[in-house]
Structure formats: structure tokens, C-alpha cells
Design a protein around this ligand. Structure first.
Ligand code: FAD
Length: 337
């Protein structure tokens, strides 16, 4: 069984849930080990959290460049980990990276460095005859293909597409007591990064706070608005409904392009993939590129004035009507209960 390296994603001192998903996939493919890139001194706490998830092998790069350069520190850390593992006699058969904007770039750069094969946007992966076979949706999710890479497979995995069963601990918890990772294998990458070039992060602009709303990809309820909401004001209806459920607000690309909301809210093929328990689509036609990002939701409700809108093909419940009539009634009914 080959070694499968997982690039840990973390934020403000806590591991992201996608790391659990990658670990669950890695456990099915071989012997998982985690590559952890942090700023100086931040490694042990995160390694402790990984131990709480049952991880025993961690390659740790504590780099002064971790928060100041885009993607190149992660590429350097992964490359160093692969080379170190190989030097120790291990066969590295896969590297799993979250399919985020940064993750996609890291994966592509790593493949060039290692002459590895790249499989992008996998939603599942398994071993067949010792080879990693990834499932990849194509054409906006209308088809899926099975993809294999020759030699080392670098796979970007779509967040929230893999159920993280088999990994202890249901949520990342900074209080998980340290477990078996007592001595992470240290990687030195700064000398190389000093020599190399890379895009520097000169300022970080936090996304404007959205009150108490949860993140789009973490929320159990998502209410998305489309071009049918017509204006900023109309788009506010999606927020009003989302807030009643403690949910997040999403959007179609047409709504984003019309300037009804910020781009970070886009759901779909070129936006976020969401799998909430409840997804409510308001004034969204249901183009295949939008459905690619939400059709995995538990229950889908659509409100659209066009009875033939494609969104109704994936909706569990549909209301044919004007959003400006239906949604206020819906809000009233929810409040009354
Ligand atoms: P429209 O298609 O214009 O639909 C608006 C809907 O609102 C209509 O169905 C209409 O009947 C309804 N409506 C209008 N007024 C009302 C009203 N008062 N009450 C009720 N209903 C009303 N799209 C995404 O969403 N996400 C993506 O990630 C994405 N990626 C793409 C990638 C590529 C390569 C391409 C080519 C396209 C992509 N798109 C994506 C765009 C996608 O094809 C659609 O254009 C887009 O999803 C349409 O958004 P919409 O449903 O809001 O707008």
C-alpha cells in the first residue's frame, strides 16, 4: 500500500473540516500522512488536533513565508515531504489537496515539480488493482468519468463531496487533547523559498462580516438568490429567509454578475459546492452549471415563476409563483411557527 499525503487546510488555529474529508479518502487509498504548513511555532497545536483525529504521521513545515506568499510555501512543503518519504524508502502513490482556489494552483505546480499526474475536482476516489481511481464530474455534472494518473496521482478533491466517516471527532476542535503525533517530521523549506520567486501577500482584506450567518459551505441551510430577485433590495429577501433558519446566503452566477451580491456567494461549477440539509433557490433558473454546486443538498425547494424552469427537475418541493409574493408569505408562515 502506498503512502497518501494530505495537505492540511486550517484557519485561525483550527483545522478545516475538509481536512477530515481528505483523511477519510486517504485511509481508503493507502497509508495516510498529513503535510502541515504553518507559521513559526504554530505546528504543535495543530499536530495535536490531528492526533485527535487519529493521525499518526505528520510532516510539518513551520515557515516564515506561510502567511506572506501565495501557494509556493505549500508546494515546497509537499514536494519536500514526497522527496523525504521516498528517500526513506516509502512509495508515495497519492497527494490529496482540497479543491479550493489555492489548492488547485498548489496541485498544478506540484505536478510540474514532481512530473506527477493531476486529477482535478474529484468527488470520490478508491483503489482498483492498486491504482487510484478518481470520480470526476464533467460538463457541469451531467456526466462523471473515472480518471487515473500514471505514477504519482495528485488529486484535488471537491470540498464536502466525501463523507468523513471513520475519522474520530465530528468537528475540528482546538481542545482535542494531543494524541499520538508527538514528533512530527520537520521539513525545512525556507531556504528554497528565499531563492525562489512567488506572489507576495501585501494585504489581507477580511470579507465584510455577514452578521451571525454561517459560512456558505458549512451551513445546514442555504438560501440562494438568482437574477429573478432583480435588485439589491430584492436580493435582501434571500437574506431575510436565511436568517430565519440561521442559514447562509448563496447566489447564482447571474446574480453575482448583475452586482446583486458579492462574488464569494456564488454556488455552482465555478463557485462553491454546497451540501446543506436544506437548499432554497429563489428566482434561479437551474442551469446545469448552478446545479453542479447544489444538487447534493438534502432537500431542495425552488420558487420560480416559470413552471418549466430546469430547477424544478432537481427540486423536492417547488412553488410556481412570483418570489416577491411567495417569499414574504413563506417568511410570515415560518415566523408564525
Ligand atoms: P437566469 O437564468 O436569468 O434565471 C432567472 C430565473 O428567475 C428564471 O428562471 C426566471 O423564470 C426566474 N424569475 C424571474 N423573475 C422572477 C420572479 N419575480 N419570481 C420568481 N422567479 C422569477 N451559474 C451559476 O449559478 N454558478 C456557476 O458556478 C456557474 N458557472 C458557470 C460556468 C460556465 C463555464 C458557464 C458557461 C456558465 C456558468 N454559470 C454558472 C451560468 C449559468 O449558465 C447560468 O447563466 C446562471 O446560473 C443563471 O443564473 P440565474 O438562474 O440566476 O439567471
Amino acid at each position: 500500500m502506498g503512502r497518501i499525503l494530505v495537505l492540511a487546510e486550517h484557519n485561525t488555529g483550527t483545522l478545516d473540516t475538509v481536512t477530515r474529508e481528505l483523511l477519510a479518502a486517504a485511509a481508503r487509498l493507502g497509508e495516510p500522512a498529513v503535510v502541515l504548513l504553518t507559521g513559526p511555532g504554530a505546528g504543535p497545536a495543530l499536530a495535536g488536533q490531528l492526533a485527535g483525529w487519529g493521525v499518526t504521521d505528520v510532516y510539518l513545515a513551520e515557515s516564515t513565508y506561510a502567511g506572506t506568499r501565495l501557494t509556493t510555501p505549500a508546494v515546497a512543503a509537499l514536494e519536500a515531504a514526497v522527496r523525504l518519504a521516498r528517500a526513506a524508502g516509502a512509495e508515495v502513490s497519492g497527494v490529496l489537496i482540497a479543491g479550493t482556489i489555492d489548492g488547485r494552483e498548489v496541485a498544478a505546480r506540484l505536478c510540474v515539480r514532481l512530473t506527477a499526474g493531476l486529477i482535478s475536482d474529484a468527488v470520490d476516489a478508491r483503489l482498483r488493482d492498486g491504482v487510484i481511481v478518481a470520480t470526476v464530474p464533467v460538463l457541469g455534472g451531467a456526466y462523471t468519468v473515472e480518471a487515473v494518473a500514471k505514477g504519482l496521482a495528485v488529486v484535488t478533491v471537491r470540498p464536502h463531496s466525501i463523507v468523513a466517516d471513520g475519522i474520530p471527532g465530528s468537528v475540528p476542535d482546538r481542545d482535542v487533547p494531543g494524541g499520538t503525533v508527538t514528533a512530527p517530521i520537520r521539513l525545512e523549506i525556507d531556504a528554497e523559498l528565499e531563492r525562489g520567486r512567488g506572489a507576495e501577500i501585501v494585504a489581507v482584506h477580511p470579507r465584510p462580516a455577514s452578521g451571525i450567518r454561517p459560512g456558505l459551505t458549512e451551513a445546514s441551510v442555504v438560501v440562494s438568490g438568482g437574477r429573478g430577485l432583480g435588485s439589491d433590495e430584492g436580493f435582501g429577501l434571500a437574506g431575510d429567509l436565511a436568517d430565519l433558519f440561521g442559514g447562509a446566503v448563496g447566489a447564482s452566477r447571474a446574480a453575482v454578475e448583475a452586482g446583486l451580491c458579492e462574488p464569494g456567494l456564488q454556488v455552482g461549477q465555478t463557485g462553491a459546492t454546497v451540501t446543506p440539509e436544506l437548499y432554497i433557490a429563489l428566482g434561479i433558473s437551474g442551469a446545469i452549471q448552478h446545479r453542479a454546486g447544489m444538487q447534493g443538498a438534502g432537500t431542495i425547494i425552488a420558487v420560480n415563476k416559470d413552471a418549466d424552469a430546469p430547477i424544478f427537475a432537481v427540486a423536492d418541493f417547488g412553488v410556481v409563483g412570483d418570489v416577491f409574493t411567495v417569499v414574504p408569505q413563506l417568511i410570515e408562515a415560518v415566523v408564525a411557527h
